[in-house]
Design a binder for this molecule. Structure first.
Ligand SMILES: Nc1ncnc2c1ncn2[C@@H]1O[C@H](COP(=O)(O)OP(=O)(O)OP(=O)(O)O)[C@@H](O)[C@H]1O
Length: 229
């Protein structure tokens, strides 16, 4: 089953009189259950593409289907609802809320988008903390855990609402190499256990090797796509 389908997708940013085309007629598809990477140097369009797939921005041209829905023209409210139902996010700087505990950070998306009773929420949060090996740190605040542990919490938070798709913008950029590989392996394990599709961006060719499917962006063009499944 195809989870993401882009056809001649383009994005032009306009700042006053200045136009900059960050994505140039990109077409590709990604199957459900994929572990895929968007790879390219700084400024090649990786974040732009992830933002379009994550319904955080609209394309200028082309079509984009995500989880069976045409997301090209969603309103702001529709996009927020769509994200809440279908997509989890992981960021390079973790984006944990400093005043909340590890447990509360993972619970947070459920409070925002799922109307679950407290006991069901608690069970799900504990299940996710267990899955990422962070159960014993549940009561700590983000400043009491390491960068790798913060990203584990972020993986749990991204998955807690049972999304079909997780988008991760440079999830390993702020981690040392060993920790980066451990986080990628954790993400892959989550894909295997929960069937969640993962799409992450990286500028690091070594990190790219960990993906099963790769899309190479150069100056807004999709220059190559490959898979090793
Ligand atoms: N909001 C914006 N307004 C104007 N131009 C933008 C905007 N966002 C991105 N761009 C431009 O679009 C191009 C692609 O940027 P994008 O952030 O998608 O690249 P990237 O591959 O994610 O880079 P990095 O690895 O540095 O994050 C760049 O030339 C950038 O300057």
């Amino acid at each position: 089953m195809i989870l993401i389908q882009a056809e001649q997708l383009s994005k032009t940013y306009r700042t006053g009189e200045v136009e900059s085309t960050a994505l140039k007629s990109v077409s590709f598809s990604i199957q459900a259950g994929a572990f895929a990477a968007i790879v390219g140097p700084s400024g090649s369009g990786k974040s732009t593409l992830l933002n379009l797939i994550g319904c955080l921005d609209h394309p200028s041209n082309g079509s984009l289907l995500v989880c069976g829905s045409n997301v090209t023209t969603l309103s702001r409210t529709e996009a927020a609802h769509f994200r809440g139902e279908n997509i989890g996010f992981i960021f390079q700087d973790f984006n944990l809320i400093p005043v909340l505990t590890v447990f509360e950070n993972v619970e947070y998306p459920l409070l925002m988008v799922r109307n679950w009773p407290a006991e069901k929420r608690r069970e799900r949060v504990l299940q996710m903390l267990e899955a990422v090996g962070m159960s014993e740190q549940a009561d700590k605040k983000p400043d009491q855990i390491s960068g790798g542990q913060k990203q584990r919490v972020a993986v749990a938070r991204a998955l807690v609402g049972e999304p079909k798709l997780v988008l991760a913008d440079e999830p390993t950029a702020n981690l040392d190499h060993d920790t980066a590989y451990r986080i990628l392996n954790l993400m892959k394990q989550m894909r295997d256990n929960f069937g969640t599709t993962f799409l992450f961006s990286t500028h690091d060719p070594k990190i790219m090797q960990e993906a099963e499917q790769t899309f190479i962006l150069e100056d807004g063009y999709l220059s190559a796509a490959g898979g090793k499944q």
